[in-house]
Ligand binder design. Structure first.
Ligand code: ADP
Ligand code: ZN
Length: 298
């Protein structure tokens, strides 16, 4: 019998549950809206129960929206902690699922999991450590792999909220982050674009000035990440970078912003090998959860 693993991408908008042995072998998949914790976690448990009872699934990986507690020694390990999402603050996501299904569970942030998915399943990425994964969508998140492991620390990376140059003469928009002024998520998330321009990002025409501004802000993020972490690969995912021509624009701006300072041809010449779209596309997060499940029992 093939060995399968369970993967959960627990997003703030939707949950994706998958039974798979890897990206090429998906046995079952279900997605549903994130409603109340009880209802959403209940549906998740119901989806996996038959696979666990038949012993087809022996471990699970959970890729959760955050902030989350990743400290295994903490009494709130596996909790979603201070989220503004109604009803979800201080939710014991990992505990509820593990108590019901009684199998080993890996647990990480959604972006760390997406980084791990790209690292684990895309063979060329195994040589490109440190690897960072950025999502630019409803929020902006950054996850990473260093020495083959997801990046944890005091809590976990929150580079989506990094402070970046904000020239208010060029861009008077104050941002949408309830915590910070001049933070990247406030200035460059999908909702910030929608609010600044009065229409959703996916409806802005190709020649709209919003795209240059957005590329400049995401360029600052990537330039700062290159200076801080010296990654060998940066995977740029989420809804906004899917806009045609956006990633090439960002690559050019990163080269301009760094101005030759980082003396690697991966920046100065072959930047298209450094900053890439996710190979796994929208499956990066959930396939990262499958990889977390695998490593939970290896
Ligand atoms: P989430 O972050 O909720 O997981 P997405 O990464 O798809 O989901 O992000 C949704 C955001 O991305 C929305 O603000 C939406 O306007 C924007 N978006 C989605 N698709 C595109 C696109 N093709 N071009 C530009 N913006 C997009
Ligand atoms: Zn912020």
């Amino acid at each position: 019998m093939d060995t399968f693993f369970g993967g959960i991408e627990a997003g703030g908008t939707k949950f994706v549950c998958v039974v798979a042995s890897g990206p090429d072998k998906v046995l079952a998949q279900e997605r549903f809206a994130t409603t109340s914790p009880d209802e959403t976690i209940g549906r998740t448990i119901n989806f996996f129960t038959p696979f666990v009872e038949s012993k087809q699934v022996r471990s699970l990986g959970i890729a959760a929206f955050g902030p989350v507690d990743l400290d295994k020694n903490s009494s709130t390990y596996g909790y979603i902690t201070s989220t503004p999402k109604p009803g979800w603050a201080q939710t014991n996501l990992l505990g509820a699922i593990r108590d019901a299904l009684k199998i080993p569970c890996g647990f990480d942030t959604d972006v760390n999991a997406a980084a791990f998915g790209e690292y684990y399943w895309v063979s060329e990425n195994r040589e490109l450590d440190p690897l960072l994964y950025i999502t630019v969508g409803t929020g902006i998140g950054v996850g990473g792999i260093v020495n083959g492991k997801t990046l944890h620390g005091l809590i976990h990376p929150e580079a989506g909220h990094m402070f970046i140059p904000h020239d208010r003469k060029v861009d008077p928009f104050p941002g949408v982050c309830p915590f910070h002024e001049d933070c990247l998520e406030g200035l460059a998330s999908g909702p910030s674009m929608a609010k600044r321009w009065g229409q959703p990002a996916e409806t802005l025409p190709d020649d709209h000035p919003g795209w240059d501004l957005e590329a400049k802000y995401i360029g600052f993020l990537i330039s700062n990440l290159l200076l801080n972490f010296s990654p060998k690969r940066i995977v740029l995912g989420g809804g906004v970078p899917q806009h045609t021509g956006f990633i090439p624009k960002v690559r050019k701006l990163v080269q301009q912003q760094l101005n030759g300072y980082i003396q690697s041809t991966r920046v100065t010449e072959t930047i298209e090998d450094l900053i890439v779209s996710p190979t796994l596309g929208s499956q990066a997060g959930v396939m990262g959860a499958i990889a977390l499940a695998k490593t939970a029992i290896e």
